[in-house]
Write a protein that binds this ligand. Structure first.
Ligand code: PLP
Length: 389
């Protein structure tokens, strides 16, 4: 039975029960599956029969996880990966040929940027970047070999918003495959397929796990494209482990309630930071001062859990602030129950040159907060004492 409401889909999408009639789904820690006879084996390998063969291709726990995300995103189907980056890499590598060209927003996660600039050129795959505020320039970057339009929204770490509807229109008009990394929004806050995306990618390591335990990734979308990604991945082996799939599928059961609180806390933190005299350029999609506030309101249900800001006084003040933090964690992850403070210039985006960082809006003093689920007064209390140190 298909459910109309997100919360019910999150909880009641479940693989078939075994003969033991368990209530909670068991973990299928098996690398392979057995066959009735030689004919059963032949028919399974030739894909005349749809069934599990080997856990590099499929597994009941990964199937449940993929089915849930696909339903939540309004996608036809998908494939689950060991990490968010294996989802990004395998999806792009499966679809691109030597000579192809990708157009991407300049503000993408550091490792995605490394794929475009350091690794894809080895296979003669080129790219052009557009700035988040220059969506109108995308059409001028299209060349005959352009195949994919790629973007993240909200972006990491700048929390900029791209107009997904506009990207969808451009992709449709020019027959480009539109791929959106929806990591910061999760399927609960934003569904890019509604705006014309062909594929949606998540790092499940972040808010989908939500408790900083496991790595995972997933790509969902158009069935023909997923078929190509599946064939590439079946042979190259970036599959998600059944254990991690079980954790992630369980975590999805609480995604809506967790996200409601994350977003409520993040808005309060953003409002506090905006009013504090020691900060500037506070960015949160649902703050009225956000440059793309109207677009965020149109395409997102709530603003997410990431807030970025700058401390007056540049890099030295930034380091002093990070050293003074007591409750929040100094870590590079995001989307955990624990609030996390990161300095992108010296961590997640340290491999970029200073010029590249400034082009993507990462100033030396930029701080990113992944607002967690501690009591919001305690989170704000910690930020306040650190800002006043
Ligand atoms: C937007 C975005 N995409 C992809 C990734 C990569 O995910 P993973 O660390 O699971 O490989 C990250 C990680 O921070 C991210 O923030």
């Amino acid at each position: 039975m298909d459910h109309k409401n997100f919360e019910t889909t999150a909880i009641r999408t479940q693989i078939e029960r075994s003969q033991y009639q368990e209530h909670s789904v068991p973990i299928y820690l098996t690398s392979s599956y057995v066959f009735e006879d030689a004919e059963d084996m032949r028919a399974s390998f030739s894909e005349e029969k749809e069934r599990n063969i080997y856990s590099r291709f499929s597994n009941p726990n990964t199937s449940e996880f993929v089915e849930k995300i696909a339903k939540m995103e309004g996608a036809e189907t998908g494939f689950a990966f060991a990490t968010g980056m294996s989802a990004v890499f395998s999806s792009l590598a499966a679809l691109l040929n030597s000579g192809d060209h990708v157009i991407s927003s300049r503000s993408v996660f550091g490792s995605t940027h490394a794929l475009f600039t350091k690794f894809f050129p080895k296979w003669n795959i080129s790219h052009s970047y557009f700035n988040v505020t220059e969506v109108d320039k995308i059409e001028s970057l299209i060349i005959p070999k352009t195949k994919i339009l790629f973007a993240e929204s909200p972006t990491n770490p700048g929390v900029d918003i791209l107009d997904l509807e506009k990207l969808g229109e451009i992709a449709k008009k020019h027959h480009l495959i539109l791929i959106i990394d929806n990591c910061f929004a999760t399927p609960y806050l934003q569904n890019p397929i509604k705006f014309g995306a062909d594929l949606v990618i998540h790092s499940a390591t972040k808010l989908i796990d939500g408790q900083g335990r496991v790595l995972g990734g997933v790509t969902v979308g158009n069935a023909e494209l997923i078929r190509e990604i599946y064939l590439f991945s079946r042979n190259t082996g970036p599959a998600l482990s059944p254990f991690n799939a079980w954790i992630l599928s369980k975590s999805l059961e609480t995604l809506p309630v967790r996200l409601d609180r994350h977003c409520e806390n993040a808005l309060k933190v953003a409002e506090f930071l905006e009013a504090d005299p020691n900060t500037e350029k506070v960015k949160y999609p649902f703050l009225k001062s956000h440059p793309q506030y109207e677009i965020a309101k149109r395409q997102m249900k709530q603003g997410g859990n990431i807030v970025s800001f700058e401390i007056k006084g540049g890099i030295d003040a930034g380091r002093k602030f990070i050293d003074a933090i007591q409750l929040c964690s100094r870590s590079a992850n995001l989307g955990d129950t624990r609030s996390i403070v990161t300095h992108p210039a010296s961590t997640t985006h340290s491999k970029l040159s200073e010029g590249e960082r400034s082009e993507t809006g990462i100033s030396p003093g930029l701080v990113r907060i992944s607002v967690g689920l501690e009591h919001v007064d305690d989170i704000i209390g910690d930020l306040k004492q650190a800002l006043n140190c």
